[in-house]
Design a protein around this ligand. Structure first.
Ligand SMILES: [Zn+2]
Length: 138
């Protein structure tokens, strides 16, 4: 990295999201889960999307899922990704619940990707953060 290389944008944790980032720093993927109806929510929310309970906690998930959708990025407008185009943003549906979706990205274009391909989490160090990312398995 040279001094001219733009820095990646890093997360800005708050009280609600801090446990997610703390777990990621230990290479664990956690997702918020309602303790009353067991519904998973991501991104985290104060209130359950299903039953409106405030009784939410983070629980570890398998880190396994399926490719739900993606978009190939060609524009150089995202800070820290100017030199990385094209890259592909991934939307991964975790196996724990239908439409429990997490975002990720991968280098390169979308050649060979298919909806439903298995994905698994890995952890990327960026600045002082550890970011959960997903790799698409062939
Ligand atoms: Zn609930």
């Amino acid at each position: 990295m040279t001094s001219n290389t733009p820095r990646r944008v890093v997360p800005q944790p708050d009280e609600l999201t801090q446990p997610f980032w703390d777990a990621a720093a230990e290479n664990k993927l956690v997702v918020q889960r309602c303790q009353d109806c067991q519904f998973w929510s991501h991104p985290p929310r104060i209130m359950c999307n299903k039953c409106h309970s405030l009784n939410q906690k983070y629980e570890q998930v398998s880190g396994k899922g399926r490719l739900y959708s993606w978009a190939v990025m060609h524009m150089q407008s995202i800070t820290g990704f100017e030199d990385r185009v094209p890259y592909t943003t991934l939307l991964v549906e975790l196996e724990e619940q239908p439409k429990l979706l997490l975002l990720s990205y991968m280098d390169g274009s979308d050649e060979g990707l298919k909806v439903g391909q298995p994905c698994e989490v890995y952890f990327e160090k960026v600045e002082d953060f550890t970011l959960p990312q997903f790799r698409v398995l062939k």
